[in-house]
Design a protein around this ligand. Structure first.
Ligand code: AMP
Ligand code: FES
Ligand code: ZN
Ligand code: ZN
Length: 319
């Protein structure tokens, strides 16, 4: 197996590019894909301060590494979600990555700073864990970025993630979600700009990046997500991809290029009347925002151990 670029020994085959790559040229390919995403979608300007949301997994650590390597001023934000050992370990990987490279990492702990964790929030609000978790992360990404005066929040969503979300939204013809499924969300009053620079890379490619760059990351998936629908969509796309390499990229990237502009006017008015949350000041349509409501219900609830929910999650319908 030879590298397409230098003909030296290859370390990875990428059927969607119909080619093999050595470690050096794999990195070149990843860098170019990230630079292309950033420039095609005007994600980050030179000199802007970026807050990278890092989970300790391969995608977000690879993203942070790439942005720093590409010369961006990028700090990290880790949110300790209190999902048992999974959260403890993912925090260790993130802190080690930052300290070994002398990078700035901000940590927000749900337990210490807000008095609850994701399993408890899920039980207290009767939301599925991923929904309580998603609401919490979105709110804390926004507030940390605004507090720290960052220009952009970057997340590690990759091509597999975005294609799976697109498949779900398409199967339900959820036009409003489809219209908003873009790799960039512009800043609005009370909300920072949000970007997904890894949308042109698959998770196999970001994992390979971590291996060749000696980045240790948490391999386990979140125990609460096991069996959810999103993972089922990923499996389905992987089966299609195995039969026809390139399907995933064409499904998602052509959607962004050809379809998203046609349905842009289906986005619910993002400038709709928003007031300020009476407790935290975040934009909201209610008197108190969804996050502050979640905090007050969850902090008042007895702590729920993660095992309780992850087991019942696995017993669920699955994907
Ligand atoms: P997920 O929602 O787990 O698929 O993660 C999507 C992206 O959200 C990751 O690539 C990270 O950029 C970010 N993220 C997930 N979990 C955390 C966390 N605990 N702290 C900070 N960022 C996170
Ligand atoms: Fe949010 Fe698993 S990381 S529920
Ligand atoms: Zn090579
Ligand atoms: Zn609030």
């Amino acid at each position: 197996m030879k590298c397409r670029v230098c003909r030296g020994p290859a370390i990875i085959d990428l059927p969607r590019h119909n080619a093999n790559f050595c470690a050096e040229h794999l990195q070149q390919l990843c860098r170019r894909q990230v630079e292309k995403a950033i420039s095609d979608h005007s994600m980050i300007e030179r000199g802007q301060r970026v807050l990278v949301a890092v989970s300790g997994g391969k995608d977000s650590l690879a993203l942070w590494d790439m942005l720093v390597e590409l010369g961006y001023e990028a700090d990290g934000l880790y949110i300790a979600l209190g999902i048992g050992d999974y959260s403890d370990q993912s925090r260790e990987y993130t802190e080690r990555f930052a300290s070994e490279r002398g990078l700035n990492l901000r940590v927000v702990s749900l337990r210490d700073d807000y008095g609850f964790d994701v399993p408890t929030a899920s039980a207290a609000t009767r939301r599925v864990p991923c929904s309580a978790c998603g609401l919490t992360k979105r709110h804390l990404f926004d507030s940390a970025a605004l507090e720290g005066a960052y220009d952009v929040v970057a997340t590690g969503h990759n091509l597999d993630d975005e294609a799976a979300v697109l498949l779900g939204n398409t199967l339900h013809w959820d036009v409003e979600y489809l219209a908003r499924q873009l790799p960039v969300l512009p800043a609005r009053p009370g909300f920072p700009k949000k970007v997904k620079p890894l949308v042109r890379l698959t998770e196999r490619e970001t994992a390979a990046w971590c291996i060749v760059r000696n980045i240790d990351y948490i391999v386990e998936e979140c125990p609460m997500a096991a069996g959810n629908r999103h993972l089922g969509y990923k499996d389905t796309l992987n089966r299609l991809e195995a039969r026809s390499p390139g399907t995933k990229a064409s499904f998602y990237l052509n959607f962004i290029e050809r379809m998203a502009p046609l349905i842009a006017d289906q986005r619910l008015s993002e400038s709709g009347q928003l007031s300020r949350c009476s407790q935290c000041g975040a934009p909201t349509t209610e008197a108190v925002c969804a996050f502050c409501t979640l905090v007050s219900k969850s902090a008042a609830h007895a702590p729920v151990p993660v095992e309780l929910l992850s087991r019942s999650g696995r017993k669920g319908k699955g994907a």
